[in-house]
Design a protein around this ligand. Structure first.
Ligand SMILES: C[S@@+](CC[C@H](N)C(=O)[O-])C[C@H]1O[C@@H](n2cnc3c(N)ncnc32)[C@H](O)[C@@H]1O
Ligand SMILES: Nc1nc2[nH]cc(C(=O)O)c2c(=O)[nH]1
Ligand code: SF4
Ligand SMILES: [Mg+2]
Length: 239
């Protein structure tokens, strides 16, 4: 029976993007193929998977860090009134074949860095919401940004919004963000997404310039509905 590395299972509310406030169960897979400068999530292999049985209790059961599908399904089924189940990480698409086989009691919300196009094809009929990140040039040394962004475009084409799936793009905006880079990428994917979310980085050392992000939103609104939404869960201490 296949087991996958999972660091957290909990029930909270979506803190980011257009579904902010929706009651979700979260499964956090371990491991990532990128190393974003602003990443707020530990990427090392944990000793346990922390399961918060009672939402918001801050009391965690220590489970094996390697879980099979039925382990995950059983924990998720212990939560009620879910809008959806957020599969996140790390990068969940590293575990695409496993994700495809999960039998979950609510729609699937995929949180992904949109850099693994072959894996995107594996899950495309198994996900209902796609929070697709766009990682910008400042995260990539040298010219490999060109190869990276082409993979991102492929992922957005594969996971595009349709009658069964809502796909939107999320862009973390920092003081290093160049508006022209954002405009260029959004112009390429605007047909595939329902909206753009500009997410100010939650690291005040690299705080976002307010005028810059408001001006960027104004320009993006010419081509796609664009929202500015910070990580709200961190404002009130929710997981
Ligand atoms: C931890 S990532 C996991 C999913 C996937 N690897 C990705 O990057 O989209 C989940 C979300 O948190 C965002 N994020 C991570 N660190 C952040 C920070 N310091 N400030 C704002 N957003 C952050 C990511 O950009 C992504 O949208
Ligand atoms: N509440 C809450 N909302 C989230 N949205 C995206 C998250 C993530 O880490 O993938 C996240 C998270 O870690 N917690
Ligand atoms: S892709 Fe996501 S999980 Fe991976 S380093 Fe970047 S923000 Fe963190
Ligand atoms: Mg998070």
């Amino acid at each position: 029976m296949e087991r996958k590395p999972v660091s957290e299972i909990f029930c909270a509310v979506q803190g980011e993007g257009p579904y902010v406030g929706a009651r979700q169960a979260f499964v956090r897979f371990v491991g990532c193929n990128l190393d974003c400068s602003y990443c707020d999530t530990p990427l090392d292999e944990p000793d346990h998977c922390l399961f918060e049985k009672v939402p918001g209790s801050g009391e965690f059961e220590k489970l094996s860090p390697l879980l099979c599908a039925s382990d995950i399904e059983e924990k998720i089924r212990s939560f009620n009134d879910l809008h959806s189940v957020s599969l996140t990480g790390g990068e969940p698409l590293l575990h695409a074949e496993f994700i495809r086989e999960l039998d979950l009691p609510a729609p699937v919300y995929l949180e992904t860095n949109m850099t693994l196009p072959e894996k995107a094809k594996v899950v495309k009929d198994s996900v209902d919401y796609v929070a697709g990140d766009v990682k910008l040039p400042e995260e990539f040394e040298g010219s490999n940004f060109v190869e990276h962004i082409e993979r991102t475009y492929q992922c957005f084409r594969t996971l595009r919004s349709n009658q069964h799936r809502d796909c939107f793009c999320k862009i973390v905006v920092t003081s290093s963000t160049k508006p022209a880079d954002v405009m260029d990428v959004v112009a390429q994917i605007s047909d595939y997404i329902s909206c753009v979310v500009l997410q100010p980085v939650t690291q005040y050392t690299r705080a976002t310039d307010i005028q810059t992000i408001l001006s960027l939103q104004e320009n993006l609104l010419e081509i796609k509905n664009t929202l500015i939404i910070p990580q709200t869960h961190k404002m009130w201490g929710c997981l």
